[in-house]
Design a protein around this ligand. Structure first.
Ligand code: F6P
Length: 351
């Protein structure tokens, strides 16, 4: 039976979004013979009925591009007067039989509520560089992000060594330390700060000092949401439509503290959106493609209110409420093991 499928991307952009869009579109069109309608700017497009044309021709090569060709926003229909009814009206007006929402905790959270509250035929596809969505082993975007962050940390090693400095690298990760942990281990950091664990500033400074004395430089990697006793990390008190405070600034504050306590010259670098931009890794291109194709299969199967997930390297349909119920925080075994390498050669140096 012919169907019309809407697709939107919500929240921060993420490498691999275009691979999902292309995967969904190609499978929906070529295998099932359906039409796919892009909704521009995430939930804003669904509320206001803003469309964007996507077809086999104009998406043919987008798998290689970062970001999202159908644009994104952090609009929350539940925070707009009449927003939810407007989404239903758009579904009717555009004659959409199904809606695929590609996004993180917030976008999939809205999809989950729309399914429960209004019975909309939604399918979610998990997206976030933060890798913190439950119900899936991995999210696309994370691999690209940690590869970029690792390369940037490698670059910082060069300057840290040449100038004998402590360099602090601030990476993303509001509530979960996956990015800091993976890029910190791969980039051989002397200390890694993650949101899951309150940092002992004295231990941090002592470790950095030892590393510096031994190797004449030190590298610290900090997640933007890391917990540093007594330091206010909320740079901007303004909240977004999903109630998140804009984070940022831990690197700079940390650099000041380290310099004061260790007397070592310390600077900080914020990777910011550099981590989310650019071309997706091959892994994320394939992962996004698999999930986009799976979303089409889920529509065919009528798997409404579910998300296309990866479990044990197989694609699975998982209830959206599982995905958005709790955050998937960092596996602390990984973090504990990373501590073995904090200031790696300091022991031999001290001996
Ligand atoms: O959710 C992904 C994320 O990259 C977070 O780690 C970060 O806090 C947030 O997006 C920042 O996004 P933006 O600057 O676009 O608001």
């Amino acid at each position: 039976m012919s169907k019309r499928v809407g697709v939107l991307t919500g929240g921060g952009d993420c490498p691999g979004l275009n691979a999902v869009i292309r995967g969904l579109l190609y499978k929906a069109t070529k295998k099932y013979g359906w039409e796919v309608q892009g909704l521009r700017y995430g939930w804003k497009g669904a509320v206001e009925g803003i469309t964007i044309d996507i077809n086999l021709e104009n998406t043919e090569d987008i798998v290689r591009e970062g970001g999202t060709v159908i644009k994104s926003s952090r609009t929350n229909p539940y925070k707009i007067d009449g927003g939810v009814d407007a989404v239903c009206a758009t579904m009717e007006k555009l004659k959409l039989d199904a809606l695929v929402a590609i996004g993180g905790e917030d976008t999939c959270g809205v999809a989950s509520k729309l399914f429960t509250d209004k019975g909309i035929n939604v399918i979610g596809v998990p997206k976030t560089i933060d890798n913190d969505l439950s119900g899936t082993d991995v999210t696309f975007g994370f691999d690209t992000c940690i590869n970029i962050a690792t390369e940037m940390i490698d670059n910082l090693h060069t300057t840290a060594k040449s100038h004998e400095r402590v360099l602090v690298c601030e990476v993303m990760g509001r509530h979960a330390g996956w990015i800091a942990s993976y890029s910190g281990i791969a980039g051989n950091a002397d200390y890694i700060l993650v949101p899951e664990e309150e940092v002992d500033v004295d231990d941090l400074c002592a470790t950095v000092k030892k590393a510096y004395e031994c190797q004449e430089y030190a590298i610290v990697v900090a997640a933007e949401g890391a917990q540093l006793g007594g330091v206010d990390l909320t740079k901007d008190a303004e909240l977004d439509a999903f109630g998140h405070v804009k984070l940022g600034g831990i690197g700079e504050r940390l650099a000041k503290i380290i310099e004061e306590k260790t007397a070592c010259e310390t600077r900080s670098t914020v990777l910011g959106h550099i981590q989310r931009g650019g071309r997706p890794s091959a892994y994320d291109r394939v992962l996004g493609t698999r999930l986009g194709c799976k979303a089409a299969d889920m529509i065919e199967a009528g798997d409404w209110g579910k998300m296309a997930a990866i479990i044990g390297n197989q694609t699975e349909a998982v209830p959206l409420e599982v995905a958005v119920g709790t955050l998937k925080t960092l596996d602390m075994e990984i973090h504990e093991n990373s501590k073995l390498f904090f200031g790696a050669n300091k022991l031999t140096c001290a001996a």
